[in-house]
Design a protein around this ligand. Structure first.
Ligand code: ADP
Length: 245
């Protein structure tokens, strides 16, 4: 796929396939295009060349000045319903309770009734260790707790693919582990396909089936965590890892 922001080429011939259930980490320097890839998969950004396919639904490049066709809009909609995303800055609805944050999506987009949405939300909040915070507002929670609510909210829509975009980068160090533990459990206990953009290299190493190293809008190297982290074949990968680890 290709992606530009104005004159800036952000993704340059990036091509990869993720197997159902695979856990994939995207690593690389800031500005190398990792977040943009997740945003494209979440249908928050259009692409300028190539195509994206999620679970059989395909979207092509946008054409400047032309509205997407009905078929493309339908495909976007179907992709959006299969993908969940957790953002660096939580993006919770600040004026709603934790419970409402989690129930809103299923009620609005899937027509789930309130009682059923609340029962499912309580289960998810229990799973992330926050059953006692249902009636709090986000500003009453720590960053780690907010991020666990954000994970529960994304899971409430029962996505096939979960995208995690630097979800611990905005957290105080002592709160990182509680969030990573939730992701670790999801990886171990579910067959969801998971893509993780992270600077937490030791977590990426444990979590991933495969790692993609990006630089300058391209995939420079990909492989198993063992090969990328212990015997990377590209000098750019080696110099990045030397700086970050
Ligand atoms: P990474 O996640 O690897 O840090 P990003 O995907 O966030 O990289 O960004 C890739 C490049 O695209 C950067 O140069 C960034 O400044 C630029 N970029 C990202 N989003 C936008 C945007 N909405 N408008 C203009 N430039 C953007």
């Amino acid at each position: 796929m290709e992606k530009r922001f104005g004159a800036l080429r952000v993704l340059n011939g990036v091509s990869f396939t993720v197997k159902p259930g695979e856990k994939l980490s995207l690593i690389g320097p800031s500005g190398s295009g990792k977040t943009t890839i997740l945003r494209i998969l979440m249908t928050l950004e259009a692409i300028d060349g190539g195509s994206v396919r999620v679970d059989g639904e395909e979207i092509g490049a946008s054409v400047p000045g032309r509205r997407p066709s009905r078929g493309d809009r339908d495909a976007l909609h179907r992709i959006r319903s299969k993908v969940g995303m957790v953002f660096q800055h939580f993006n919770l609805f600040p004026h709603m309770s934790v419970l409402k944050n989690v129930t809103l999506g299923p009620m609005l987009t899937k027509g789930v009734d309130k009682a059923q949405a609340e029962a499912a939300a309580v289960d998810l909040l229990t799973m992330v260790g926050l059953a006692d915070k249902c009636h709090c507002r986000p500003d009453e929670l720590s960053g780690g707790q907010k991020q666990r609510v954000a994970i529960a909210r994304a899971l409430a829509l029962q996505p096939k693919v979960m995208l995690f975009d630097e979800i611990t980068s905005a957290l105080d160090p002592e709160l990182v582990e509680e969030v990573l533990n939730v992701v670790r459990r999801l990886a171990e206990e579910t067959d969801m396909t998971m893509l993780l953009v992270t600077h937490a290299m030791s977590f990426a190493r444990d979590f991933s089936d495969r790692v993609l190293f990006f630089d300058g809008g391209r995939i420079v190297e990909e492989g198993s965590p063992e090969s990328i982290f212990t015997v990377p074949s590209e000098e750019r990968t080696r110099s990045f890892l030397r700086k970050i680890i």
